[in-house]
Design a binder for this molecule. Structure first.
Ligand code: ADP
Ligand code: ADP
Ligand code: MG
Length: 548
């Protein structure tokens, strides 16, 4: 053993030899004896957006907390921490020296958006207006509130906001501050594609127009790609140690990370590459119908929001992707199918009942874990299959459950909680499985693994799965057909019947006015610059996503 890994080395012997030089030196920070250590730090730069890309548990939030002055670096000496002068001295001659000296002297103003916006309601008692008021140091709040579509929830209590609303409020609160350095610890969870693009533009403007330094942690590669000027990659062994590389160009950094080999560092960080498949859209093969649902509507209250569903079929043994903006009625539709909600009208008839008689296993968008229970006990309470080889290969392995089976639910990170929730849902016996935003809080590799697990589950069990997600690549890979929701969020929504992938993607992305191209080398989907050659060409051809 090289003495770094606590239990087993995640790499083969060759990579042990390749362990980076820094690991001989002291870490930037270690939480405690046998605890996680971080080596290196990213360097924020004024006028630029710096990205930080890496797997979950590798120290990205730790790096942000160190730079934001929330955690004082201890150079690995958690027992007798060095004083600040020593820390600054340690970074003498590096780009971080001035920055850390300023943190020491209390001279840097930082604004930070925390990773888990779900935790904000527990810390703030009041409404959106009250939360935002105190933050308007640059006089830009009005503009942010409009562009992030926060206006309708200004007088709503913070603890009544949806995850997507909280995320936008938290972002507005951060960007409105007058700071030198801005830290955004994950921009996109719970945001739909349109909101992601808007959020990314706002962050770019902050750097470009206001000449601020912004550091963004992000797993959505299409967003990171359009957002960052350069990126640092974080690698190592999750929960054990993490190393932050010097900056790389965005494209090289993303591609090296996906390939699993960092060129300048001469480091293999993963045994194999994360492959992006560029494939022609799946053609829906003929299948039996699981359910035919009629035209229906659902209004809430005095018609504050109305959903109109055009009747359609869901087939047995298909994965149905569901796309559309937030607040457009996707969850409402799911609850109508599940019988948890009464429709307002069916087939044009008010008050008629709907009974599709389906048993639905549902993973909600926001996964809560308030039970003081261990993961293994929780999953065993859902299924008798825990421990069988079937369950191990189909569920536990692809969702990387083994390392967390003995942890308690409330102690799990967002990505861990998500994987447990997906596992619990797929472990149930049901006619229809409904996964609401399974990609939230997962890192790039976990998204690919979860996508494969969902796909295999449907194929091997002849199950029918609906996947609501904003990660276009996950939707592309997992789905046989697509259901598109459109309308005016929070006012009215229309649901089209399930359709073939190509026409569905085109309908969905035309609504958003966004086209995608594929990276020439890795086939990774990238958002075209508005009005670029490709953007115009693809819009002329009516091909917003598939170019093969
Ligand atoms: P990332 O943001 O890349 O997912 P984090 O920086 O949140 O990773 O965490 C890296 C590792 O450090 C994890 O194993 C986490 O459990 C551990 N860790 C984070 N905060 C603390 C803390 N205050 N004390 C001990 N360990 C911590
Ligand atoms: P999506 O799943 O597409 O994000 P939802 O179906 O959750 O959308 O919500 C659609 C709209 O209906 C939103 O404006 C939401 O605030 C509103 N809404 C959802 N549930 C209720 C409810 N029980 N009472 C009143 N309004 C609701
Ligand atoms: Mg984090």
């Amino acid at each position: 053993s090289c003495g770094i890994c606590v239990e087993k080395c995640p790499f083969d012997a060759i990579e042990i030899i390749n362990l980076p030089q820094e690991l001989d030196d002291q870490p930037t920070h270690r939480y405690g004896e046998n605890s996680f250590s971080l080596y290196g730090l990213p360097v924020p730069e004024s006028g630029k957006v710096t990205g930080l890309l890496g797997p979950n548990g590798i120290g990205k939030s730790t790096a942000v907390d160190l730079l934001a002055g929330e955690v004082t670096p201890n150079l690995g000496r958690h027992e007798s921490p060095p004083d600040w002068d020593e820390v600054v001295d340690e970074y003498r001659g590096t780009e971080l020296q001035d920055y850390l000296a300023a943190v020491r002297d209390g001279d840097v103003d930082v604004a930070k958006k925390p990773q888990y916006v779900d935790e904000i309601p527990a810390q703030f008692d009041g409404n959106t207006r009250q939360l935002l008021e105190a933050t308007d140091e640059r006089g830009v709040l009005d503009d942010l509130v409009d562009r992030l579509s926060i206006r309708p929830v200004m007088d709503q209590a913070i603890d009544s906001l949806s995850g997507g609303e909280l995320q936008r409020v938290a972002l507005a609160a951060t960007l409105a501050r007058d700071a030198d350095f801005y830290f955004v610890d994950e921009l996109t969870p719970y945001l739909d594609i349109g909101q992601r693009v808007t959020a990314a533009r706002l962050v770019r403007e902050l750097a470009e127009d206001a000449d601020k330094a912004v550091l963004v942690v992000e797993h959505d590669l299409a967003v990171l790609d359009m957002l960052a000027d350069s990126i640092h990659v974080a690698y190592g062994e999750p929960s054990v140690y993490g190393v932050v590389t010097p900056p790389k160009s965005v494209r090289n950094g993303i591609n090296e990370y996906l390939r699993g080999y960092l060129e300048n560092e001469n480091m293999r960080v993963r045994p194999e590459a994360i492959e992006f498949e560029e494939h022609a859209p799946r053609s829906a093969s003929r299948r039996d119908t699981l359910v035919s649902y009629p035209d229906m509507t659902k209004s809430y209250g005095d018609g504050e929001f109305t959903l109109s569903v055009e009747g359609g079929d869901i087939n047995r043994n298909e994965v149905l992707g569901v796309v559309g903006p937030n607040g457009i009625g996707k969850s409402t539709f799911a609850q109508l199918l599940a019988g948890g909600l009464e429709p307002s009208s069916v087939g044009g008839e008010a008050g008629a009942a709907l009974d599709v008689g389906l048993d639905i296993a549902y993973k909600p968008q926001y996964v809560e874990a308030d039970q003081q229970m261990r993961v293994d006990a929780f999953l065993s309470s859902v299924t008798d299959d825990v421990g069988t080889s079937y369950w191990q290969t189909e569920i536990a392995d692809p969702l990387q459950l083994d390392p967390i089976m003995e942890q308690r639910l409330p102690d799990l990170s967002g990505g861990e909680r998500q994987r447990v929730a997906i596992a619990a849902t797929l472990s149930k016996d049901a006619d229809l499985y409904l996964l609401d935003e399974p990609s939230a809080h997962l890192d790039v590799e976990q998204r690919v693994l979860a996508t494969r697990a969902i796909r295999r589950f449907a194929e091997n069990n002849e199950s029918t799965v609906m996947v609501i997600d904003h990660d276009i690549y996950m939707i592309d890979l997992v789905s046989d057909r697509l259901m598109v929701f459109d309308g005016e969020p929070a006012e009215h929504g229309q649901a089209s019947p399930p359709q073939a992938m190509r026409s569905g993607m085109n309908e969905f992305l035309a609504n958003l006015d966004v086209t995608f191209r594929r990276d020439e080398r890795l086939g990774r989907p990238r958002i075209n610059k508005p009005d670029s050659q490709l953007d115009k060409q693809q819009k002329r051809d009516g091909e917003y996503y598939y170019t093969t």
